[in-house]
Ligand binder design. Structure first.
Ligand SMILES: Nc1ncnc2c1ncn2[C@@H]1O[C@H](COP(=O)(O)OP(=O)(O)OP(=O)(O)O)[C@@H](O)[C@H]1O
Length: 267
């Protein structure tokens, strides 16, 4: 989606300016300027230790920055807490703890819907309200392809399906923007394909920022990619441009060499 000529800044949903995080003198994230455009699926990639998780944790308020600013639709949100940005529509997904193992898939989505509505217990005693909730929860399960798992205990669901359930519980919060932390981590090829299709589907009308190691997933899904190396932005662009960038190739190779060196040293 391109910015209009008159208001180029207004198309950014999430931005950072000079975002920096130091851990006892070690700068893990160094002066990062990021701009995620409305409607994009944007990936944060980079070799091991590049600072991806730290940036993600800063954006989702799991960590406070040492310096810099975070803006949502042009307004500073640097000092807001995770629940406050969730209320603005910025919702983090893919935390396996976000679903309750001993509840069914349907119950999990219903709890997420109740959390969003946040109304009193008394309110939930109405049969009509409960019916409405069940309907909405079933629709969300259907959206992520889990209708047939509605009455299955989460603990008994295959790993890939649990992650799809997390997407359903996230959608229950009605996000404007989804923040996904390694959505295909630990998955086999079949589950990866399913999650790719799912992210494509649920990204319609939304903005997505994801940290992802699997470059094939990134190439299939993402409109824009920011490559981090040693805490700083090394390159940015679409998949073709960043994957052909010699600096990006070198950063990945360098990290592979470092890993090999570490492995040799510890052998
Ligand atoms: N709490 C912390 N205390 C000290 N150093 C940290 C902390 N968290 C991260 N780091 C360091 O910051 C750097 C960036 O780490 P981060 O986990 O953000 O990288 P990453 O790109 O997500 O890596 P990976 O792909 O391996 O998950 C690393 O050198 C890491 O050791």
């Amino acid at each position: 989606m391109s910015a209009t000529a008159t208001s180029p800044a207004s198309a950014a949903v999430l931005e950072t300016r000079g975002l920096t995080k130091s851990f006892r003198g070690f700068t893990a994230v160094d002066d990062v300027d990021l701009s995620v455009q409305e409607g994009h699926i944007h990936a944060l990639i980079g070799p091991n230790g590049a600072g991806k998780t730290t940036v993600f944790n800063l954006l989702t308020k799991f960590l406070p920055p040492t310096r810099g600013e975070i803006l949502y639709r042009g307004k500073p949100i640097t000092s807001l807490k995770a629940n406050q940005i969730a209320r603005l529509g910025l919702v983090r997904s893919f935390q396996i703890s976000a679903v309750f193992a001993h509840m069914t898939a349907l119950e999990n989505v219903r709890v997420a819907l109740q959390l969003r509505l946040g109304t009193s217990f008394h309110f939930w005693k109405s049969e009509k309200t409960l019916d409405h909730l069940n309907e909405r929860a079933m629709a969300l399960l259907d959206e992520v392809g889990l209708s047939e798992y509605a009455d299955t205990l989460t603990v008994e669901m295959p790993y890939g399906r649990k992650r799809a359930l997390e997407v359903a519980t996230t959608l229950a919060l009605d996000p404007v923007m989804l923040l996904l932390d390694e959505p295909t981590q630990g998955m086999g090829a079949e589950d990866v394909d399913r999650i790719v299709a799912l992210i494509k589907r649920v990204s319609k009308g939304r903005t997505v920022l994801m940290v992802e190691h699997n470059l094939s997933v990134v190439s299939r899904l993402c409109d824009r990619i920011t490559v981090l190396a040693r805490g700083a932005v090394l390159a940015e662009g679409d998949y073709a441009s960043v994957s052909n960038d010699p600096r990006v190739r070198e950063a990945y190779m360098g990290s592979a060499e470092n890993d090999a060196e570490k492995a040799r040293a510890s052998a």
